[in-house]
Design a binder for this molecule. Structure first.
Ligand code: ATP
Ligand code: MG
Length: 470
């Protein structure tokens, strides 16, 4: 029998909830505050006879030990016990905080009985799964290469949340690896042998999204000759990846929100209510907060999705990852294209780390593929890189020798510009080497701290963000 521990300081709430839970077949123990709940939990630990609890339901505001503190202790000492928080209506922020701190879900008061029962059932099922399935290792996150601190943080986050049911929102510029993160999360979870279903909300015409997501019954609309399951159904017990969620039309946002809140949906043209067990991951390259401001994205949906945010930094902010990624793609295309490139010259690497990569890792991969394809030798040199890439870099750096009217410019000016360019490179390299510490960078460059600061100001380099021009 599933054992539920219920903590609420309101005797009438305890009575009503305990009664409905018992009617559904749960074995309920009630506690009148967080402290008592914690004591009951601890009592199950050393005692062979005592059955452990399967779900904890907790109110937020309680004397002695409140719900958030209880959650904190449970997350630490009873990590696989799912906690469902009872929150007062309208305290979305609190609920979101609870989810971030490891609560399984929340039910807002006054609650809908069916929704409440569904949530408890899901929580109990989650607990069973935790018991049955061995914990997955963290190898999934190894799909993502990169030694930079930023990337390491992403990898650590993936390891941490892969096996939790919480919804993840992955953000980042185009080509930064959002889909790869979604795959890594799925692969790192107990759902890895179940389906991973992706839907690109930006690529499907608005009129078809609903049918794609939820499926349709025969005859639901012209052309619906047979019935068809939607992506939610296909992803049952697995992961559903909602890509480009920022492009989802407003009316579909409302539908999706309802499904997330209620856990059920109907096929288009159908009357049967369906419910599935799906882990959601959403991704977007849009700034959803700005979209909310502009009235194009619903804030309530955003809060539901943004339980665990993972933000991928653009490649230009982590040039340290470029070598590893380049070598990885060289290996990949050596194999695919039957080539045998053994090394990438320093000069070529310098170009690759200087280029700002607006298309991020996808662009890097494309460039390497082409470079490998057209290379005859066994190394990639500066000259083997695509000419337009070199041109872009040279254009950004080469001194202009003529003015706008086409007249030659004074040598003095040209030299001054080129010097500034070189100084900027040297200072940025020194700052990178010394972790952004100006004093150390000055010592490294063998100039005084004062003159380094002056030069940085002249060159528009800021002290607080090492290596980034203003
Ligand atoms: N950290 C990484 N290590 C290795 N390969 C990566 C990494 N990040 C991304 N890639 C590769 O780069 C390519 C682009 O990644 P992905 O498709 O996940 O990006 P995206 O953010 O979803 O892009 P878009 O916004 O254009 O859809 C893929 O081939 C992916 O395998
Ligand atoms: Mg993508």
């Amino acid at each position: 029998m599933t054992r539920v521990l219920l903590a609420d300081d309101d005797a009438s709430v305890r009575k009503v909830l305990a009664a409905s839970l018992r009617r559904e077949g749960y074995d309920v123990t009630a506690a009148q505050d967080g402290q008592e709940a914690l004591e009951l939990l601890r009592a199950t630990v050393g005692d062979e006879e005592a059955e452990p609890f399967d779900v904890l339901i907790s109110d937020v505001r309680m004397p002695r030990l409140d719900g958030m503190s209880l959650l904190e202790q449970v997350a630490r000492d009873f990590a696989d016990l799912p906690v469902v928080m009872l929150t007062a209506h309208g305290t979305v922020d609190l609920a979101v905080t609870a989810l971030k701190q490891g609560a399984f879900d929340f039910v807002s008061k006054p609650y809908d009985r069916d929704e409440f029962m569904r949530t408890i059932k899901k929580a109990a099922r989650q607990h069973e799964k935790d018991d049955d399935e061995p914990k997955r290792g963290d190898k999934s996150a190894r799909l993502l290469l990169g030694e930079s601190e930023a990337m390491q943080k992403v990898v650590a986050m993936i390891d941490k949340v892969a096996d939790s049911p919480s919804t993840v929102l992955v953000t980042g510029e185009s080509g930064t690896g959002k889909e790869l993160v979604a795959v890594a999360l799925h692969e790192g979870s107990a759902r890895k042998d179940k389906p991973f279903i992706r839907i690109n909300c930006g690529a499907i015409p608005a009129t078809l999204i609903e049918a794609e997501l939820f499926g349709y019954e025969k005859g639901a609309f012209t052309g619906a000759a047979t019935q068809k399951p939607g992506r939610f159904e296909l992803a049952d017990e697995g992961t559903l990846f909602l890509d480009e969620i920022g492009d989802l039309p407003l009316d579909m946002q409302v539908r999706l929100l309802r499904v997330l809140q209620e856990g059920t949906f109907e096929r288009v043209g159908g009357i049967k209510t369906m419910s599935v067990d799906v882990r959601l991951i959403a991704a977007t390259n849009k700034d959803l907060e700005a979209e909310i401001e502009a009235g194009r994205f619903r804030d309530d949906l955003f809060y539901r999705l943004n339980v665990v945010p993972i933000a991928l930094p653009p490649l230009r902010d982590r040039p340290g990852d470029i070598r590893t990624l380049t070598e990885h793609f060289v290996d990949k295309y050596n194999q695919r294209l039957g080539k045998n490139i053994e090394a990438v010259d320093d000069d070529a690497l310098k170009v690759l780390t200087t280029y700002p990569w607006p298309g991020n890792i996808r662009e890097l991969e494309n460039i390497i593929e082409r470079t490998v394809l057209f290379s005859d030798g066994d190394r990639i040199t500066r000259a083997s890189l695509p000419p337009e890439l070199l041109a872009k870099i040279d254009r950004a750096r080469a001194p202009t020798t003529k003015d706008d009217a086409g007249a030659p410019r004074p040598m003095k000016e040209i030299v001054k510009e080129a010097t500034a360019e070189l100084e900027r490179d040297l200072i940025q390299a020194a700052l990178k080497e010394t972790g952004g510490n100006v004093t150390h960078a000055a010592r490294y460059l063998k100039i005084s701290r004062k003159s380094l600061q002056l030069k940085m100001r002249d060159l528009g380099l800021r002290e607080d963000r090492p290596g980034q021009p203003d």
